[in-house]
Design a protein around this ligand. Structure first.
Ligand SMILES: *Cc1c(COP(=O)(O)O)cnc(C)c1O
Length: 392
C-alpha cells in the first residue's frame, strides 16, 4: 500500500475525528521514524509524550513478547504479579503509598476525581464535591474531564456537562480563594500545563497551594498524565516541586507506547476507594505492566539527569539560531514550548517541519517538543539541523 491508497482507505472507513498531517508512519527505531515510502523523520513528539523510550527498544519488545506468551490478560478478580510489582516500583520511586491502574489519562483523572469526592463524602457527607481546576488546563476528553478542563472551547456541544467544577487563574492563590466555598473537596492541576501551551507552574505558588489544601482539608490532585514518567527530568514533576500530592494521575509515557494509565495515592488516601468502588476491565493488563516495568528500569537516575541536560541543550541551541519565526522557550526537562513570532501560526510551522522530516507538536500558540527521553545527541542534532534549515 502506498501513501495515497492509505489516505483514501482512512477517509472511507475511519471516522474523521482527527485533522491528520499528510504523512503516514510505518515503523521506527530509537527516535527515528520511517513512512511507507521509506522517508526518514526525527521524532520530537513521541506520539504525544507516549514513546518515552523511543521505538523498538529491545528490552521492551522482549518483555512484551515474553508476557504475551505467558498470559495476555486476566481479570482484576485475581492477583497478578506484573500488576503488584509495577505498583511496588512506582511507590518505591515516588514515596507514594499505593497505585491503581487503568487505561488512559482521562480515565486516570476520573479516578482521582472520584477519590476526592469519596474522601469528602466519607468525612463530611454530601454537598462538598466541588473541585477547583485551573484556567488553560487540560484533563481529558470524557464528559467529566472535559468539564474539569479549564478552557471554554472544550465546553461545547456535549451538554449537559458534569456539575461541580470551578476554575481559577493559574499562579494566583487569591484566585483560588475567590472561587473557594464550603462545597470544595479538592484542587486539581498540571505542574506544567501541556496542551495549554507548556506553562510550568511557579514553585512558590505550588507550595502555597499545598499549604492551603492542607488547611482546608482539600485533596491536592496532580495531573501528571503528560509531565509524569521522566518527562520533566524527575520521575514525576511533583518530586521537584517538593510537595506530596494526595493523588497523582499518569498515563502517556508509562508503558512506552502501550495503552496504560493510572494513579498513585498517598498514605491518607490509600483506602478511600475500597472494594467495589472503582474498577476497570483492562486496567493493569499484564502486557502493559511488563512494558511499564522496562520503561521505569530504563529511566534510572542517569537517564533522568540526561533528560534535563538534553532539554537545556535543545533550548539553548534554538535560542542561538536566532530564527525570526521563533521566540522564547519554556518548559521542564524534555517538555519544551517554543513561542512562535511573525506571520505564520504554530500549526503552519509544524506542518512545514513535519514535511521536512521533523515531527513536532503544537500547544496553545507555541511549538511543543516532546522527544523520546532516550533520544541520542546525534538524533537531537539531526532534528535541530532540520529545524534550522526549514524555519527562517
Ligand atoms: C493527554 C492528557 C490527558 C488525557 O489523556 P488521554 O490518555 O488522552 O485520555 C489528560 N491530562 C493531561 C495533562 C494530558 O496531557
Amino acid at each position: 500500500m502506498n501513501h495515497e491508497e492509505l489516505v483514501a482507505l482512512d477517509h472511507q472507513y475511519a471516522m474523521q475525528t482527527y485533522g491528520r498531517f499528510d504523512v503516514d508512519i510505518d515503523h521506527g527505531k530509537g527516535a527515528t521514524l520511517y513512512d511507507l515510502a521509506g522517508k526518514e523523520y526525527i521524532d520530537f513528539s513521541s506520539g504525544i509524550g507516549v514513546n518515552s523510550i523511543g521505538y523498538g527498544n529491545e528490552k521492551w519488545v522482549a518483555a512484551i513478547t515474553a508476557q504475551a506468551q505467558k498470559l495476555g490478560h486476566i481479570s482484576n478478580l485475581f492477583y497478578s504479579q506484573p500488576y503488584a510489582q509495577l505498583a511496588q516500583t512506582l511507590c518505591r520511586r515516588t514515596g507514594m503509598a499505593a497505585a491503581f491502574f487503568g487505561n488512559s489519562g482521562a480515565e486516570a483523572n476520573e479516578g482521582i476525581i472520584k477519590m476526592a469526592r469519596k474522601y469528602s463524602f466519607d468525612k463530611y457527607g454530601k454537598g462538598r464535591g466541588t473541585i477547583i481546576t485551573l484556567k488553560n488546563s487540560f484533563h481529558g476528553r470524557t464528559i467529566t474531564t472535559l468539564t474539569a478542563t479549564g478552557q471554554d472551547v472544550f465546553h461545547n456541544y456535549f451538554f449537559p456537562f458534569t456539575d461541580g467544577f470551578r476554575y481559577a487563574q493559574a499562579g494566583s492563590i487569591d484566585a483560588i480563594q475567590e472561587v473557594a466555598g464550603h462545597d470544595v473537596c479538592a484542587v486539581m492541576l498540571e505542574l506544567v500545563q501541556g496542551e495549554g501551551g507548556v506553562y510550568p507552574m511557579d514553585p512558590e505558588y505550588v507550595h502555597n497551594l499545598a499549604v492551603l489544601c492542607a488547611e482546608r482539608d482539600w485533596l491536592l490532585l496532580v495531573d501528571e498524565v503528560q509531565t509524569g514518567v521522566g518527562r520533566t527530568g524527575t520521575l514525576f514533576a511533583f518530586q521537584q516541586y517538593g510537595i506530596i500530592p494526595d493523588g497523582v494521575s499518569f498515563a502517556k509515557g508509562i508503558a512506552g507506547g502501550l495503552p496504560m494509565g493510572g494513579f498513585l495515592v498517598n498514605e491518607r488516601c490509600r483506602n478511600v476507594l475500597g472494594p467495589g468502588t472503582h474498577a476497570t476491565t483492562f486496567g493493569g493488563n499484564p502486557i502493559c505492566a511488563a512494558a511499564a516495568q522496562v520503561v521505569l528500569d530504563t529511566l534510572d537516575e542517569d537517564a533522568l539527569a540526561a533528560v534535563t541536560e538534553k532539554g537545556n541543550y535543545i533550548r539553548t541551541r534554538i535560542a542561538h539560531m536566532g530564527l525570526s519565526s521563533l521566540g522564547e522557550s519554556r518548559g521542564l526537562g524534555l517538555m519544551i514550548g517554543v513561542e512562535v513570532k511573525g506571520e505564520e501560526s504554530n500549526k503552519v510551522l509544524a506542518a512545514r517541519l513535519i514535511q521536512h522530516g521533523l515531527l513536532v507538536l503544537t500547544a496553545g500558540t507555541a511549538l511543543r517538543l516532546l522527544p523520546p527521553l532516550t533520544i541520542t545527541m546525534a538524533e537531537i542534532d539531526k532534528g535541530l539541523a532540520i529545524l534550522e534549515q526549514t524555519l527562517v
